[in-house]
Ligand binder design. Structure first.
Ligand code: PEP
Ligand code: MN
Length: 340
């Protein structure tokens, strides 16, 4: 961290600032340039609030030289992290996976949809048993019974399940049921008690980007999970809120290469929530694959017009078959050596 000092600052104020920094356990390197005086802060800069420093009378501005996310940072961990999701399915590095299934677990149709997505080549099954709905009167999910249906499907099809957790008090239930991957949705992206609680397990976490969350905030949310001891974090770009109204969200595909540059964690993209309309899901699934995502999360329903949530963005199993064929072609084109 660097503090650039105002031109008119007197020597004693600079000395006071230097001793304030040193009292925090950091070193302060003062260097007088031709035009400005700069103080370089060396050490554990998490002990310094950059906004507080910038608010000081003699400070012109503060610049960070290293990011506040450490465990998620590629600088300290150059190789891609590969997360083992169970049932022999790994994601990250050269391992690309497609997570597919209905938005909500609704009952006996789950296994029918699951068989179809597996046959099409999906390697992980999704379905929400606890649904974060904008309206308290909308379908809230089957709860623990829905988790059981997911686990039965996982057993029959030998594939890991991904399902959303909303409440820190449910973490033990998810672990006891053997849920393979806990999803933290956009609405809970910065629910810090929840992030910490899943961080105390070793269960992989699919962490979705919040609706108005910056890439840095997403990485700091990952840091919350990792700092509690759980290294198994998978990031997910699922669209952000912008002024555009033609799609449910704006798919920030930039985030895919940006995240791949900044972090070693696997990066998944969700073209279903990012677009909100069935007709746009396949092109954006292909685009996200081409952009270098390590995986996709896609909603599939065998009767979208009767779906209890997000029917408007669901692919039918036939559409999903076609989507998977085209994803394979894109993968082959961008990296012929990549393994599934
Ligand atoms: C979901 O995956 O069904 C979901 C609610 O996603 P998001 O949190 O990205 O809106
Ligand atoms: Mn959904």
């Amino acid at each position: 961290m660097i503090a650039i000092i105002k031109k008119d600052a007197d020597r004693s104020s600079v000395d006071n600032l230097v001793s304030w920094i040193e009292k925090k356990g950091l070193q302060a390197h003062v260097s007088q340039g031709e035009n400005e005086l700069i103080i370089g802060l060396v050490g554990d800069t998490t002990k310094i609030d950059p906004f507080l420093l910038e608010s000081m009378d003699i400070v012109e501005r503060v610049q960070r030289v290293s990011e506040p996310f450490k465990k998620a940072n590629r600088k300290f961990h150059p190789a891609d992290t590969v997360v083992d999701c169970g049932h022999g399915v790994k994601i990250g590095g050269n391992h690309f996976q497609v997570i597919a299934g209905p938005c909500s677990v609704e009952g006996e149709n789950l296994i029918r949809i699951a068989r179809r997505v597996k046959a099409a080549g999906a390697t992980m099954l999704r379905g929400g048993a606890y649904k974060p709905r904008t309206s308290p009167y909308a379908y809230q999910g089957m709860g623990a019974e829905g988790l059981d249906l997911l686990m039965e499907a996982a057993f029959e099809l030998d594939m890991p399940v991904v399902t959303e957790i909303m409440d820190p008090r449910d973490v033990q239930l998810f672990v006891d049921k053997g849920i393979d991957v806990m999803q933290i949705g956009a609405r809970n992206a910065q629910n810090f008690p929840l992030l910490k609680e899943v961080g105390k397990t070793r269960t992989p976490v699919l962490l979705k980007r919040g609706m108005s969350e910056t890439v840095d905030e997403l990485l700091m949310a990952a840091e919350y999970i990792m700092s509690e001891g759980n290294p198994n974090v998978i990031l997910c770009e699922r669209g952000i809120r912008t002024f555009e109204t033609r799609t449910r969200n704006t798919f920030d595909l930039n985030a895919v290469p940006v995240l791949r540059y900044l972090t070693h964690l696997p990066v998944v993209a969700d073209p279903s929530h990012a677009t909100g309309y069935t007709r746009y899901v396949v092109p954006m699934a292909l685009a996200a694959t081409a952009a270098g995502a390590h995986g996709l999360e896609i909603e599939v329903h065998d009767a979208p017009d009767t779906a209890w949530s997000d029917g408007a963005q669901a692919l039918t199993p036939d559409m999903f078959d076609d989507c998977m064929r085209r994803i394979a072609l894109i993968r082959e084109a961008i990296d012929p050596s990549a393994e599934a």
